[in-house]
Design a protein around this ligand. Structure first.
Ligand code: GFB
Length: 315
């Protein structure tokens, strides 16, 4: 177990993952959870990150900040996703090594795996084949972060671990209709359909790709579990081990939010990776499994969305 009284830094604390991690640490009695806004420190600026680490000296780091987005955001802004995400891990890992951080967890993403690798995806399939085109730039940035954790461990003996979460959803997600991931986008589309004249919801692609969805509170619980228990160089998948077609996801969200909605598929939008179900055997063998089932998670996320609609849909 890591020391609940030691200073622990959570990067990206305002995002969906960062805010869930802060909630989980506070629930577990951590007394010195350190955070910094983008205005306080731009994580792409090594001097600013160095100055912050020198001033705050965290003993642990949960590095969950990132420039993230769905398939359309990734396909239309590859240069931004590559630049931001490479710098965000390069600066923080260097400062963590230099200031003697005792343990750091870096979060990757399931899109790092080859587009067409066998399913479910085992950690050892990494870099065994070509990436999915719609998010290859982001994937390279995340792979370099994972490799960076291994490099600092090999060269300097740093206890830097990495985890690869599947598609995430939950409170504080990005609900922008262009830049978000599919689950929050459909929650908002079905919600707005309730008051629309045509009563129709447009689903991108063919609805046939399959996706796995993990509630962000489960991810936050897994992050603390790994900080307490996991010391290996090898990255570890974090997911539910279950996936479903986008069409079935849409039907589930429709049944919760707007049962009368008609569905229309826009095949001009990309499907992306056909499937990316993670093999979570190793995590299960360590003793961790998810607790929030998809339908319950969607229902609670929709409740949160309704309570925070103005903020969640502010452009
Ligand atoms: O969640 P999503 O944007 O990202 O798309 P990925 C998942 C699937 O849902 C794709 C379909 O087949 C989309 O075409 N989809 C249907 C929609 N309707 C919509 C919609 O209204 N909005 C969106 N966004 N999708 C991401 C990567 O891939 O996975 C990120 O781009 C990251 O880098 C993330 O790795 C975990 O699951 O395809």
């Amino acid at each position: 177990m890591i020391d609940r009284d030691a200073p622990i830094y959570v990067s990206g604390h305002r995002g969906m993952v960062g805010s869930a991690v802060v909630r989980r640490l506070q629930r577990d009695g951590f007394g010195q959870v350190l955070t910094a806004t983008r205005q306080e420190v731009d994580l792409r600026d090594q001097d600013a990150v160095d100055a912050w680490f020198d001033a705050h000296r965290p003993q642990y780091v949960l590095h969950v900040a990132g420039t993230v987005g769905g398939i359309h955001a990734n396909a239309s802004r590859p240069a931004d996703f590559l630049y931001d995400n490479i710098l965000i891990h390069a600066t923080v890992l260097r400062a963590a090594w230099r200031t003697g951080v005792e343990k750091l967890l870096y979060l990757g993403s399931s899109c790092i795996y080859p587009r067409d690798c066998p399913q479910p995806i085992k950690e050892e399939y990494l870099m065994t084949g070509p990436l999915e085109r719609t998010n290859d730039a982001y994937a390279i940035a995340k792979i370099s972060g994972l490799m960076s954790c291994e490099a600092y461990r090999r060269q300097h003996g740093c206890n830097f671990i990495s985890a690869m979460p599947t598609n995430l959803y939950g409170p504080n997600d990005n609900f922008d209709l262009q830049g978000s991931h599919v689950l929050p986008a459909l929650v908002r589309k079905f919600h707005e359909c309730r008051n629309s004249a045509d009563g129709k919801v447009v689903i991108w692609g063919t609805g046939t790709p399959r996706r796995e969805f993990l509630h962000v509170d489960d991810l936050a619980d897994a992050c603390l579990f790994l900080m307490d228990q996991y010391e290996s160089e090898q990255t570890i998948n974090v997911g539910t081990g279950k996936d479903l077609p986008i069409a079935e996801l849409a039907e589930t969200i429709r049944s919760i939010v707007c049962p009368s909605a008609a569905l229309e598929y826009d095949a001009s939008m990309p499907d992306g990776t056909p499937r990316k179900l993670l093999d979570v055997t190793r995590l299960h063998e360590l003793g961790w499994t998810h607790g929030i089932e998809l339908r319950d998670g969607i229902a609670s996320t929709y409740e949160w969305f309704c309570e925070h609609e103005a903020a969640a849909t502010a452009t």
